[in-house]
Design a protein around this ligand. Structure first.
Ligand SMILES: [Zn+2]
Length: 127
């Protein structure tokens, strides 16, 4: 008489593609908080895997800024210039906030505004 006893064991040839798909599905459903927590945990239990994971994705440049809109400056005196429809529909020199919603004071420097557009980085380097 023969008795067959089934032992729970891992598959001899696990389906690695299925396992990878299952992990990709879990990743797709994870929130950014869950991903951050998972990476923080991975950094503790396997720092090498953590470093490999981060090398696989492009890193944001240190000097990346959200504010890359060109800004208008006077090419003659380098002062900020803007159009203030409530004053006159012409370029005017101004002091004060560089945002549209801030408080501005227009003034006459004795010359017409010569408008030139600069990216914030360029403006910081030149002036
Ligand atoms: Zn000027």
């Amino acid at each position: 008489m023969c008795t067959i006893i089934a032992h729970p064991a891992q598959e001899a040839h696990p389906d690695r593609d299925a396992a990878a798909r299952k992990r990709a599905d879990r990743l797709a459903k994870a929130t950014s908080d869950q991903m951050q927590d998972a990476l923080a945990y991975l950094s503790v239990i396997d720092s090498e895997a953590f470093e490999i994971a981060f090398m696989a994705v492009p890193q944001a440049a240190a000097d990346d800024t959200e504010d890359e809109e060109p800004i208008p400056l006077c090419a003659t005196c380098r002062a900020p210039v803007g159009i203030f429809p409530e004053v006159i529909l012409n370029w005017r020199h101004f002091r004060g906030a560089t945002t549209a919603s801030g408080i501005h004071e227009t003034y006459d420097p004795g010359h017409a505004a010569a408008v030139a557009w600069y990216l914030p980085d360029e403006a910081a380097e030149e002036f």
